[in-house]
Ligand binder design. Structure first.
Ligand SMILES: Nc1ncnc2c1ncn2[C@@H]1O[C@H](COP(=O)(O)OP(=O)(O)OP(=O)(O)O)[C@@H](O)[C@H]1O
Ligand SMILES: [Mg+2]
Length: 344
């Protein structure tokens, strides 16, 4: 046997979103909602997209899955899911292809479930009619798989709950059922749009743990949208911070607490209780997120930025690489400012 070590081959990306722009068509105008979003995800990778309301997180994900109505929105760029650019497909091709590779879980599990159908049957449907279908599938086999999946997503007393209707389950249980249906379709990537924000804090953590377990067991990649930077940093591998439709900072999750350099990211950190563990009370970010129809000049964050200088009002910062896997859209990163202050 050769003693030369094998070169490390990175697995092919499952998601490659490249320069994604979304415009809302409104009274003859086009309003930019997402501006140049790019990210790549490989098997078993976890990405979190964070930002305040209106940042373009949901629209960005829906655009990447080809789910936006072309009469209302114009989308440019590319979104390759398992190597196929879904934006280059026809609507019919997309409707067949996307569910075979990707699943989307929403905030409100009640909305995703059929209130008139037992939850076990809803999971079994994914094996009978959905992308979870395999040749030779029978109702009995599908039901057995559905029951096993309910156990896999840690639904206690699964046999009993198999026969329950959605309104007989708690919010956390319903979200587990939704995740079971998503996983039954054997996606390679699971997009979760605020999967836990309708749930209490303990259930939120349990659902995020479940998504993590599924990722470890199946190699599925996950993209999770959240307002909660602390949750994002603790559960993801990479964090993207969006503001005004743009990525303003992207960095490895483990560096969020110590290396964040965009004043918006550090403001988000200060806005959540005790992410840095030093006991400081949360400080809300003053002001409002920008209106996409009326974006500020220069850096979109400058009207709310404590560190804004003259150039931030007139010049538009580009996203630039500042360290390995760390990108930043800012002329005056917090680290530089701290160093300047320290040297005074
Ligand atoms: N169907 C729609 N028609 C018109 N504008 C829309 C539509 N959906 C979203 N927008 C606008 O697009 C922008 C981005 O919205 P998006 O829903 O992506 O925000 P978000 O970051 O997901 O916020 P939240 O955290 O509140 O879910 C917002 O200004 C929003 O008003
Ligand atoms: Mg949203």
């Amino acid at each position: 046997m050769s003693d030369q070590s094998q070169p490390i081959v990175k697995p092919q990306p499952i998601v490659e979103v490249e320069d994604l722009w979304v415009w809302l068509r409104k009274r003859g105008r086009e309003i930019p909602l997402v501006r140049g979003l790019s990210y790549t995800l490989r098997p078993a990778e976890a990405l979190s997209i964070v930002g305040e309301s209106g940042a373009g997180k949901s629209i960005g994900v829906r655009a990447a899955l080809g789910l936006l109505d072309p009469r209302l929105f114009r989308v440019t760029g590319s979104s390759k899911l398992v190597g196929t650019d879904v934006l280059a497909l026809t609507a019919k091709e997309r409707a067949r292809y996307v569910p075979s590779v990707a699943a989307l879980v929403f905030q409100d599990p009640g909305r995703s479930l059929n209130p008139t159908m037992r939850v076990g049957d809803q999971i079994a449907e994914a094996f009978l009619k959905g992308s979870g279908y395999e040749p030779g599938m029978t109702r009995a086999k599908a039901e057995a798989r559905a029951l096993q999946l309910m156990k896999d997503v840690r639904i206690a007393a699964a046999e009993e709950r198999f026969k329950a209707y959605p309104n007989q389950l708690s919010g956390g249980m319903k979200q587990r059922v939704v995740i079971a249906i998503a996983v039954a379709c054997k996606p390679q990537v699971l997009f979760c749009d605020e999967p836990t924000s309708s749930l209490d804090v303990t259930t939120q953590a349990a659902i995020m743990d479940l998504i993590g377990e599924l990722r470890d067991q199946t190699g599925i990649a996950t993209v999770t949208i959240t307002h909660d930077l602390a949750l994002a940093a603790s559960r993801a591998r990479k964090v993207i911070v969006m503001y005004g439709g743009q990525v303003v900072e992207a960095l490895p999750a483990r560096l969020v607490a110590t290396e964040s350099a965009m004043p918006y990211t550090t403001a988000l950190i200060e806005a959540v209780p005790d992410i840095d563990g030093n006991g400081t009370p949360p400080t809300p970010i003053e002001g409002m997120p920008p209106d996409p129809a009326n974006l500020p000049s220069g850096c979109s964050f400058h009207p709310r930025c404590r560190f804004a200088q003259d150039d931030c009002l007139t010049n538009t910062p580009e996203l630039r690489v500042v360290a390995p896997a760390h990108e930043l859209r800012c002329f005056h990163p917090v680290k530089d400012l701290e160093l300047q202050e320290a040297s005074r």
